[in-house]
Design a binder for this molecule. Sequence first.
Ligand code: ADP
Length: 366
Amino acid sequence: MARKRHHDDEPRPEPIVARQQAARADSAVVPLENAGEGTYQVALRPRNFGEYIGQRDLIDNIRVSVQAAKQNGWALDHFLFAGPPGLGKTTLAHVIGNELGVNVHMSSGPAIDHKGMLASLLTSLGENDVLFIDEIHRLNPVVEENLYPAMEDFKFDLFIGDGPHAKAVTMKLPRFTLLGATTRMGLLSAPLLDRFGFHWQLSYYELADMTAIVTRSAALLGVRIDDGGAHEVARRSRGTPRIANRLLRRVRDFAAVEGDGTVDREMAAASLERLNVDHVGLDALDRAYLTVLVKSFDGGPVGIEAIAASMSEERGTLEDVVEPFLLQAGFITRTPRGRMATATAFRHLKVSAPARVPTGGSFRAV
Ligand code: ADP
């Protein structure tokens, strides 16, 4: 499965059906690590601030708060991280837990589907522990309301018994840190947002940082890669570490079977072309989106529902996974009347653009 919203998996491209299944799987309870991938995830995941590459402004800010919490023995404030999948939100939660020297408890919005589940999660926390909730925008409203007093006053209200004999009991919780992650900051309710001490939008990684991530992952996986190879994998990875790690493993396979095991620029470029990942990192799904927008709708403006219907793809997958990068890289713009392809998109598809098309600038690697 390709750019499934939350997990690193198989090579791209993959059939549309598989992507739809992936999107559907995401709407159920999703385990945070899946068995086979777990080994790689753990091996490649940075463990401390020093190993966490890029996002310097964010790391510098968190470092200060973590140090203050450690010096004074208090629990770190609740933080929220937003950004497309694969940018390092889960990794950051682990890093913060390691730096604080506390346990990190992992969960996700859809997994906490009733109040009892939240109660058992909260009562299993130790003093100053970190609770990480992925996809926090998908919390059920009743659960969310019960989270407020837990976040604010470290207490939880329970009702014991039914009907007129029901008794309200307030449980005292340990002081803990909630780290929330979301791909859609806009879907968070204002009261929940207000209860975080700090929120931050993670950005796509710069090319230099991506190259450093590829080089680091190659060393950890024992893949021989030269600077040209690392640069080539990095620039085709949409500024996203998870994609870089996945592509690196695929390129390694090609190098082992069709070369001498070394990944250089030519080997990386040739393998990724065969996997349908082009020189700017767009894959089959991205190009399908742009093709529909440019060829079926003359570049727009057109609503997301119409694009999703034409592609037989889920709107949520397009909004969470496909569009953020296309917007960032200047291939599309969003207007009040819908999505529009830019001149850059027309050029990329080698279609001549009508005069009214927004320029979008020239593509730059993020
Ligand atoms: P998210 O939670 O935002 O979807 P993850 O934290 O699961 O993303 O990151 C995916 C993978 O990318 C991780 O397993 C890790 O190996 C790698 N990764 C993420 N951020 C970084 C980083 N800043 N430096 C190095 N590797 C990273």
